[in-house]
Design a protein around this ligand. Sequence first.
Ligand code: GLU
Length: 485
Amino acid sequence: MKEMTPPVTRFAPSPTGYMHIGNLRTALYSYLIARHGGGRFILRIEDTDRERLVPGATDIIIKTLADTGLHYDEGPDVGGEHGPYVQSERLGIYKEYAEELVRRGAAYYCFCTKERLEQLHEEDATGGYDRHCRDLSPEEVERNLAAGMPYVIRQRMPLTGTTGYHDEVFGDISVENAELQDQILMKADGYPTYNFCHVVDDHLMGVTHVVRGSEYLISTPKYVLLYDAFGWERPHYVHLPLLMGRAEDGTVSKLSKRHGAVSFQDLLADGYLPEAIINYIALLGWCPKETESEFFSLRELEELFTVEAVNKSPAVFDYEKLLWFNGEYIRKLPFPVFCEKVAPYLPALPENMNREKLLLLLSTRLSKLSEAEEKIGFFLSLPAYGPELFPNKKNKVTPENAPALLALAEKTVRGMDDFTNDALFSALSAAAEAAGVKAGAVFWCARIALSGQTVTPGGATEIMEVLGKDESLARLGKALTLLGA
Ligand code: GLU
């Protein structure tokens, strides 16, 4: 029966102030499992670690999910029948369930002082808690509570046997119970630990598939013990493969800042498109069967994504590949959308410059939007260059013939009113033919003169169309002076 009900998944980030690419992948896979199965996707904010709170962090999470199109059915800003969706607003719920667990004998009050615990730690840093309060008599517990002694609530772990569960990606996982610490469920300040409250929430919110990073793979036996103690049905577990980065020396380690930008915000600021990022990270740990294509819109991913095709081997984040994807996505943007997206990356353009033609030139030539400024720098100010740029074997340009080729270009252009690419191209081609020289040689010389560089977005006539007549003639004239013509 369980298999038949539509999946309910959640994304449960801690508000850290930025969206790590690994977290975004977790959100994406969680979203896709829900959508593929026609189920529900929930956003829950896990903010019970009060020391690590960052103001505004929840907004970043919400904005990232909006930017990437990962819409959730329930969440802090959209509401829903299982709210509130921020853990710090659910403290009463956790207290109630922790006390229920004590009544069931699966948890206990612990009154150990900070000093005692520190002492324990000093004696044996790896030993953990010595279960000192595990068997206090009910009377003693009552007395301590009545006296207002501070306490935590700990999970009473079984001392023998093993606990196991099935993970949909990693298979069967089990641990020796003797190795499990009597971990804290409720802290002295009344806040629950992640270890406890996420289980309560997942149950109360009807989550059927817990999707998260593989760092939780090994602690999940502790969580299934909580489900069992409450008599709740365990969810399916889907732990995702590690995300790795490759350093310059070829070594591979957990993806971090030393490998490049690791937050969604940083990638956006660097001119990556959300849809390219989503497409690329979908492939970090998931490999679609029955198709060779690597390009998937979010809708297509919803259609295709299955947990069976998630693999457990670590995925290496390849910045080159992301850049390539991004370029492909930029080229697919409708032109008006491209103009809008690239605008923040452009410097102010001179008034007489043909902005639209410039953007057309750029629109097919960027791998990321932040390359725009560098690519068009020469339009705004002509870089310093020397006569050695003109000679070119392929186009048969030599130091000797360059001045005449350039003079031909200048003279032709000077007589023109129609400064469109087509008109300029025809006129220069005709002039070259009439003079008995290669058109390519004329275009080459003109392009060097117009840009001061040998590689440009667009050819000579396209550049002139952008620069306009006055600026084009000024640059051609300057080059003639440089060549001593
Ligand atoms: N708040 C946890 C984190 O950000 C969530 C882990 C989970 O999904 O259960 O890592």
